[in-house]
Design a protein around this ligand. Structure first.
Ligand code: PLP
Length: 407
């Protein structure tokens, strides 16, 4: 008998769990969760950094192939982290997944693993600003070049590809402007040319968009947002083929230490259990709030993929299964004073970065494609788990307050 396996159960539990597949709600509760010998319903947290052996052969086998799930040293593979990785892979419909310290660790790890000196990257101009900084400020220093295009028309991406292009990096919907790229068309184009496609899927989560099914090679997420779901953890996920995950796990993840900590994975597991319920709520709430805002005289335009007026509605319906709680609006009054009066008058929404948790949040942002000398000011809103009536009432009184201050 394997000396590391606990004694068989004394209260009749078997190791096999009967409900590891099925619909996503079921999978989130059961997949990969073996019954515990004591019947503990919630999987225990493996906080141990080191895993010891009494059999040298078993130790050497595990040490040489640390991805066989036999733990040796926590940063190389931890049972709690591995459990959540299995769930993430199943959610995204990929062979394997790797969890990382935050979303940027997932993005950085995947890019480093796919690029070399002289490589060229094509991305879109409304990609998450920190990702663009990684390309511009760090990877360019190592000889990687990149080109930003609009991306709504796939031809803009195809035209930017050169003989050196090794990665097409997508973000759909993109940050702040929520623009879509045609994932099927771009993935098919890239596949023909041997170019790796990656997507930042943080906005949609695998519940509302499964890019691997549309042909995208590497799916990246910040789990700090909806997947964790409670604004109490930072994490990231890379979902792709087993071969790529093993290469990254042995390479960049191990060498740069971009791992997720076991306790964070344990919290993430808890967050994931309610993901479908939370997404249904924020989708309904944000659609209601955005439709209401769109009618207000103070508002120029609302950028929200869930609106009937959304310009890429057809593509949205063909590649996504839902919209979520995040959007921006452009106020007619572009003065900083108006923005300040509006944001400071909010009572339910609070001024704060990030999103994806229970609390509604608002921040001032600028349109990344607007010229630096005349930036277009926008407000980004995240609709959390509060009742949408209270969110509308809050925005209503804040718009009135801003109007009183800056008529
Ligand atoms: C938040 C975010 C990230 C970065 O994730 P962190 O977990 O904060 O590092 C990357 N991409 C998008 C689209 C994000 O919203």
């Amino acid at each position: 008998m394997d000396p590391r396996v606990p004694e068989p159960s004394c209260n009749g539990h078997s190791a096999e769990h009967p409900a590891g597949s099925g619909e996503v709600e079921t999978l989130l509760q059961h997949l990969g969760e073996e019954e515990h010998p004591l019947g503990a319903l919630v999987p225990p947290l493996f906080q141990s950094a080191i895993y010891t052996y009494r059999d040298l052969d078993l130790f050497e086998a595990a040490n040489e192939a640390p991805y066989r799930e036999d733990p040796v040293y926590s940063p190389w593979g931890n049972p709690t982290v591995s459990l959540v990785e299995r769930k993430m892979a199943a959610l995204d419909g990929t062979e394997a997944a790797k969890l990382t310290g935050d979303g940027m660790a997932a993005i950085g790890t995947a890019l480093l693993a796919s690029l070399e000196r002289g490589s060229h990257v094509v991305t879109v101009d409304s990609t998450y600003s920190t990702t663009l900084r990684l390309l511009r400020e760090t990877l360019e220093r190592y000889g990687v070049r990149f080109t930003c295009v609009d991306g709504r028309d796939p031809e803009t991406i195809f035209d930017a590809v050169t003989a050196d292009t090794s990665v097409i990096y997508l973000e759909s919907p993109s940050s702040l402007l929520f623009r879509l790229q045609d994932l099927r068309a771009i993935a098919a184009f890239a596949k023909q040319r041997g170019i790796t496609t990656m997507i930042d899927n943080t906005y949609s989560t695998p519940l509302f968009q499964r890019p691997a099914e549309l042909g995208v090679d590497i799916v990246l997420q910040s789990t700090s947002k909806y997947l964790g779901g409670h604004s109490d953890l930072n994490g990231g996920a890379i979902c792709t083929t087993k071969e790529r995950i093993e290469r990254m796990a042995h390479g960049e993840v191990k060498l740069f230490g971009t791992i997720m900590a076991p306790f964070v994975a344990w919290l993430l597991l808890r967050g994931l259990r309610t993901l479908p319920l939370r997404l249904r709520h924020v989708q309904e709430s944000a659609n209601l709030v955005a439709s209401w805002l769109e009618q207000r005289p103070e508002v120029e335009v609302v950028h929200h993929v869930g609106l009937a007026s959304y310009p890429q509605r057809e593509l949205f319906l063909s590649q996504m299964r839902g919209s979520t709680g995040l959007f921006t609006f452009v106020p007619k009054n572009q003065d900083r004073e108006w923005t300040k009066a509006f944001l400071e008058a909010l009572r339910v929404f609070r001024i704060g970065v990030s999103w994806g948790g229970p609390f509604s949040l608002a921040i001032p942002v600028t349109d990344p494609t607007s010229p630096a000398e005349s930036p277009v000011r926008m407000i980004r809103l995240y609709c959390g788990l509060e009742h949408p009536k209270d969110l509308v009432a809050d925005l209503d009184q804040a718009l009135e307050a801003a109007h009183r201050k800056c008529p």
